[in-house]
Design a protein around this ligand. Sequence first.
Ligand SMILES: C[S@@+](CC[C@H](N)C(=O)[O-])C[C@H]1O[C@@H](n2cnc3c(N)ncnc32)[C@H](O)[C@@H]1O
Length: 341
Amino acid sequence: MQILPLENSGKNKAINISHRKKSPSFGSFLRYDSVARCTLDSMFYRENDALLSVIRAVERNFPKGAEILDFACSNGEEAISIFSQLKDRAKYFIRAFDISPEAIAHARAGIHSVFSGCFDSFILDNHAVAKKAKLRDLFFSVMEPVESPNIAINKSTAYFNFRDRNPEFTEKYFRVKDEHASAIEYRKGDIRSLDHIETQRPVGAILFRNAFYHLCNNKILEALQYKINLASSVDKREAAQSLVRKIYDKLDKKGVFAIGEHFKDNIFVADLNAPVEKTVRFAQSKFFHDKYMASGNVMFMKKSPLVEALEEGDRFSPIHYSAVEFLGRRFLFPTVWQKVK
Ligand SMILES: C[S@@+](CC[C@H](N)C(=O)[O-])C[C@H]1O[C@@H](n2cnc3c(N)ncnc32)[C@H](O)[C@@H]1O
């Protein structure tokens, strides 16, 4: 069986493209919220090329200032990464939201850990690569080291295994410096209630990275692992259209919207409402020797419903593309979109 192509790109030419050379190993925040029933994982400077596209677009298009709404902010490492890279920090205000009270409690407590072997462990080293050294300097312009806290920050099997089996393991803790403590506001919030969020300045950016799969139950790995039939779940095109409508209404013109580079944000298991001509079957791959896949039970949508919704009516135009890995292959997806009318 052949692997069929996905229709994965927006209509317009990309301005920026980020290609990750290697997938990150761990995030520096690893936790599962058993009440919200989702992983809260995050890390500093995650998918930073795309993040920088967002930051520079906001600075370019809102030189007098704007608000940045960071949804699915987890413990705040994404919001801190944005704040630290702003050229004129006083002009921009970051409102950060997460549906999980546990994530917001961690964000407000403001103690962050970075450990060896995680994606952002360059923060612990005197990094030789200039780009990383610059990022490390920006990190320390906002953060300061603290003693080990008496609360557990990371709580996941992957973290415990890694820590206990690696004799070289080191972990350090950081907090936001007092002078920057009010730059980011953390609140419990669901992106589906975006229309009820009050803002005081133009909205220059809305981020919802590595979380859209929660809105449409697009948990591909779980489906393959536990043989859950995701096809009967939420109408993904409807979930995408509803979200994009709210984002369009909230963003100011030239504002940007960002989704994540994780394949669950970009590649979608077909639901029962997906027209047959819009679906495609993936072959069994080296990555997944799975009977469920081999039997051809998993149908995917040819085009991301988010891309489809964002392209509708030419209201948004992609300004950044990211390489997304899935089943050992790389696809190029638009991950940052600008409101153009
Ligand atoms: C994998 S984390 C991603 C965190 C961060 N955006 C990043 O890319 O590092 C997913 C987060 O989405 C949050 N989340 C899930 N559904 C949400 C919703 N409807 N509104 C706001 N946050 C949501 C979860 O609580 C979790 O913290």
